[in-house]
Design a protein around this ligand. Structure first.
Ligand code: SF4
Length: 116
């Protein structure tokens, strides 16, 4: 896991982030951002704030995430459970037009295929 990105994404955006478990594997939302940011483009990570989308953002991403079955309260539909920080940030990047949903879903599919 890229430490600078972890600080920018997990620590700032994720309600589930625990510094003591920083070495553990990342959720798909984080991996998609890492994948997109690793290409020949700079993705400026905006600060979290009032513009943050809520849990109503597109859930299609979750369909490719290994945490969906059993480990993600948001994906399980538990009332009030927020999505992971990667999901929140992707929603914000989509809202700002910094990434497109096609890019996000392409990245999610290819990461999912690589993990199989
Ligand atoms: S909200 Fe849950 S299922 Fe969706 S990408 Fe994040 S960890 Fe995975």
């Amino acid at each position: 896991m890229n430490n600078e990105l972890r600080e920018k994404v997990c620590e700032r955006f994720c309600s589930y982030y625990k510094p003591s478990r920083a070495g553990e594997s990342a959720c798909l939302g984080f991996l998609v951002i890492q994948h997109l940011a690793g290409r020949d483009r700079v993705i400026e990570i905006p600060p979290p704030g009032a513009g943050q989308p809520g849990a109503a953002a597109d859930r299609e991403l979750c369909g490719y995430c290994g945490y969906r079955a059993g480990d993600c309260d948001f994906a399980a539909g538990i009332a009030g459970a927020p999505p992971c920080g990667g999901f929140v940030l992707i929603g914000l990047l989509l809202q700002k037009g910094i990434v497109t949903s096609a890019e996000v879903l392409d990245a999610a599919r290819s990461l999912h295929r690589a993990a199989e």
